[in-house]
Ligand binder design. Structure first.
Ligand code: PMP
Ligand code: GLU
Length: 382
């Protein structure tokens, strides 16, 4: 028998970031000493108080189905956090999801129909394109690479791309893969376009706490944005909780009640005891987050300085833990060579709509980052 697969699923490829990371793990399992700068995952253990809170929650019997949209304590705590950022959300505006990825997936499914137009700012994280294609949407891509990955000088291009036919715009600041943090002026420009053309905006703020000397502003705090914005965030990056799978969306209640249908029919909920650990993360982890961000900052500075020593000039990222390294036109081949000849795993820029670059995740020990640069130089890849 030949199975017939849906058009929908055949439109997309597996996640490039996760695929390269499993290739690197496979090589490691085969005994190779791979420096994995591919997947975007903090290398720190989850802070102890969060782990303890998760364990206690299990011991206390929080192992059954929780309310679909999330346990009330966590939804309250998330609303408090968002209010402290100047946003107007209440607990009822929040859906807790197994990872921010699921929050994005549910939002796209809720908003995008066949043939709807969705605008992405390139380079863009790999999964946005796949999510839009799965929903049947059409993509319009605005390339920020010629503008040093910054949105501000590119607003004219964005103005050309957005029209009354545009249904959705996805903004991700701090950005994966560029580390760019968009200025208030740029976000105001986004607001003006969104209002003029009546566009809904997803603001993916998962790296919001990981910035270096810059305070990002949340998009829905701008006038006229609350009602047209879905704010997405999660615990994976700031609290080093990637495997716990915990994230959320916050949006006006009309969107929440629509997305909640998909949520209840698909994942049911995020894991009960994980959500309890999420409360602890939001309440008592400020110092650990500060220390992790400091470590990322030091690594960023060291990596940029090392590259400079080898005459590679890069745009210094202001947030997240990624850096776009200019490489050969054939970035796919460059990344393959880097893995096979230097045992350094990176992700081809093409996966993000940025050919000619490789994305480096510097969420790794300083000595490993230094060794990675040395290996790339020795292999004549830098
Ligand atoms: N958005 C961006 C920009 C990301 O880099 C990631 C990383 N996986 C996610 C969303 C999803 O994160 P998670 O599902 O682990 O919360
Ligand atoms: N977001 C991270 C990355 O870009 C994790 C992997 C993924 O979910 O894509 O590497």
């Amino acid at each position: 028998m030949t199975m017939e697969f849906s058009d929908r699923i055949q439109r997309v490829e597996p996640s490039a970031t996760l695929a390269i990371s499993s290739l690197a793990s496979q090589l490691e399992a085969d005994g190779e000493d791979v420096i994995d700068l591919s997947v975007g995952e903090p290398d720190f253990p989850t802070p102890e108080n969060i782990v303890n809170a998760g364990e206690h929650a299990m011991e206390d019997g929080h192992t059954g189905y929780p309310p679909s949209k999330g346990v009330p304590e966590l939804r309250e705590e998330i609303a408090k956090k968002l209010q402290a950022d100047g946003l107007e959300y209440e607990a009822d505006n929040v859906i807790v999801t197994p990872g921010a990825k699921q929050a994005l997936y549910e939002t796209v499914q809720t908003l995008v129909d066949d043939g709807d137009e969705v605008v992405l700012l390139d380079p863009a994280w790999v999964s946005y394109e796949a999510m839009v294609k799965l929903a049947g949407g059409d993509l319009t891509r605005v390339d920020l690479a010629p503008h040093g990955f910054q949105l501000e000088p590119a607003l004219n291009d964005l103005g050309d791309a957005i029209s009354d036919d545009t249904d959705l715009l996805i903004v991700n600041s701090p950005s994966n893969p560029t580390g760019a943090v968009y200025s208030d002026a740029a976000l105001e420009g986004v607001r003006d376009l969104a209002v003029e053309h009546d566009v809904t905006v997803i603001s993916d703020e998962i790296y919001e706490q990981i910035t270096y000397g810059i305070e990002p502003t949340s998009l829905a705090t701008f006038d006229d944005m609350y009602e047209r914005t879905v704010t997405v965030n999660g615990f994976s990056k700031a609290y080093s909780m990637t495997g716990w799978r915990l994230g959320y969306l916050a949006a006006p209640e009309e969107l929440v009640s629509q997305a909640a249908k998909l949520h209840s029919h698909s994942v049911s909920s995020a894991t009960n005891f994980v959500q309890r650990a999420g409360v602890e993360a939001l309440q008592n982890t400020k110092d650990d987050v500060g220390e992790m961000v400091e470590a990322f900052h030091e690594r960023r500075d060291r990596l940029v300085a090392l590259l400079k020593q080898h005459d590679v000039s890069v745009r210094t990222p202001d947030g997240a833990f990624y850096l776009m390294l200019p490489v050969d036109d054939d970035d796919q081949q460059w990344c393959e060579d880097a893995l096979e000849e230097a045992y350094v795993a990176t992700v081809p820029g093409s996966a993000f709509g940025a050919p000619g670059y490789a994305r480096i995740s510097y969420a790794a020990d300083l000595d490993r980052i230094e060794e990675a640069v040395e290996r790339l130089v020795d292999a004549e890849l830098l």
